[in-house]
Ligand binder design. Structure first.
Ligand SMILES: Nc1ncnc2c1ncn2[C@@H]1O[C@H](COP(=O)(O)OP(=O)(O)OP(=O)(O)O)[C@@H](O)[C@H]1O
Ligand SMILES: [Mg+2]
Length: 378
């Protein structure tokens, strides 16, 4: 959802193609005739859901990257190669349909005027399923998301090789969890209130207790944005009281960067808390799934509370900054931030020890008996 090394949203560089232009682009670049096209939600880029009239009813996502990020082809290549690698490894990630010239992406002009902006264009396979944001999560799917997050980072870090991978060292990229201290420059956007006081505490504690420990954490490549709109699920069981979910899609690799295994589980916990009816219960299940693949070290576990809080702070501060820059989006951003503020405040009211106890006791229970495996199938 984010771009560049700062936190300027890309509204000025966001592509604005109409459906007809997008359909023509698919024909010109990929040689496919579009039979139906519709817009998909997007933040920085433009995304279209496309059906083509080839043999069978094939569906794709036309992803038109904003003009600023399009100037970093190596980074887009690394993201796309990672998706292809993961798909080949059996993960539910999209793969690119090749251009007429056999490439995974193509730099295209927005229109025919000289000097017009250029956008990187990809046609990705459409993945089935419902975003996690639209279901009520249960222990089983939270565990599964944690397990998948760990397996994905592990295989990427141990086996993924491509010359473009070095572009994933993204330095001061604002969404990398190591960069929570950079929020200092945007915190003005919160005004003076109790929210700001908590975020200041998060940043200070992060600087004092997490930053000095980073070198002891295990480094890896992070997806970096396992939010409830970037994970698709489908239900393998018809029982309404006890749905069993399976992850059918992992989307949006645009925030990938080098980080640490523990970042991924912290990011997933934070986003899974947002819409949960039992937000403090979420962490233990996600952690148990993650640790079934990659048990955390004592130091990584000790940082988890501040990492989850740090991600809340990143999301809330950047949303407030964006709302000031683009007041027309303020209402949407404020509604989205409401639950986030509530959860961050609750975490701080309860305190690190009590929250950790809830998380670690739940995760511990999985090692004694497996709550997930004991759930009956259909
Ligand atoms: N390959 C896909 N298969 C199915 N649905 C997809 C696919 N890609 C995107 N979508 C749908 O479109 C939405 C937005 O896509 P995506 O997450 O890639 O972009 P984004 O978060 O808006 O970020 P950006 O604007 O930076 O691309 C997703 O949440 C999902 O609902
Ligand atoms: Mg997304």
């Amino acid at each position: 959802m984010s771009s560049g090394n700062d936190c300027q949203p890309q509204l000025l560089t966001k592509p604005t193609l109409g459906e007809r232009e997008a359909a023509e682009l698919v024909d010109r670049v990929f040689g496919l005739k579009v039979s139906w096209i519709g817009s998909l939600p997007s933040y920085d880029d433009q995304n279209f859901h496309v059906r083509v009239s080839a043999a069978g009813a094939e569906e794709y996502v036309l992803k038109i990257t904003n003009s600023e990020d399009s100037q970093e082809p190596d980074l887009i290549e690394a993201q796309t190669r990672a998706m292809m690698f993961l798909s080949a490894e059996g993960f539910p990630s999209a793969t690119p349909y090749l251009t007429k010239d056999g490439h995974i992406m193509s730099l295209e002009s927005g229109d025919t005027r000289p000097g017009s902006k250029k956008y990187m264009v990809r046609l990705l396979s459409y993945l089935p399923g419902t975003p996690v944001a639209k279901i009520t999560t249960n222990a089983q799917i939270l565990y599964e998301i944690g397990r998948l997050a760990a397996s994905m980072d592990k295989v990427l870090s141990e086996k993924f090789q491509h010359p473009s991978v070095k572009s994933l060292h993204r330095g001061r990229f604002i969404w990398n969890l190591a960069n929570v201290p950079l929020l200092d420059q945007y915190i003005y956007a919160l005004g003076q209130n109790k929210h700001r006081a908590v975020v200041e505490q998060v940043i200070e504690q992060f600087k004092g207790k997490v930053i000095p420990k980073l070198s002891s954490f295990r480094a890896c490549i992070n997806h970096g944005d396992l939010n409830d709109h970037n994970i698709l699920v489908d239900s393998s069981c018809a029982s309404l009281e006890n749905p069993q979910y399976r992850v059918s899609g992992i989307l949006d690799f645009s925030d990938m960067s080098y980080g640490y295994y523990v970042f991924e589980v912290a990011i997933a916990i934070m986003y899974m808390m947002i819409e949960s009816p039992e937000p403090l219960g979420v962490g233990g299940h996600v952690l148990a799934g993650f640790e079934s693949v990659l048990p955390l070290t004592a130091e990584e576990r000790g940082a988890l509370f501040l990492l989850v809080s740090g991600r809340f702070a990143q999301s809330l501060v950047i949303a407030a900054h964006t709302a000031l820059l683009y007041p027309e989006n303020k209402e949407y951003l404020t509604i989205t931030a409401k639950a986030g503020w509530k959860h961050l405040m609750t975490m701080f009211e309860m305190g690190q020890e009590a929250v950790e106890r809830t998380w670690f006791e739940t995760a511990q229970a999985y090692t004694q008996h497996s709550p997930v495996l004991s759930v009956q199938g259909c």
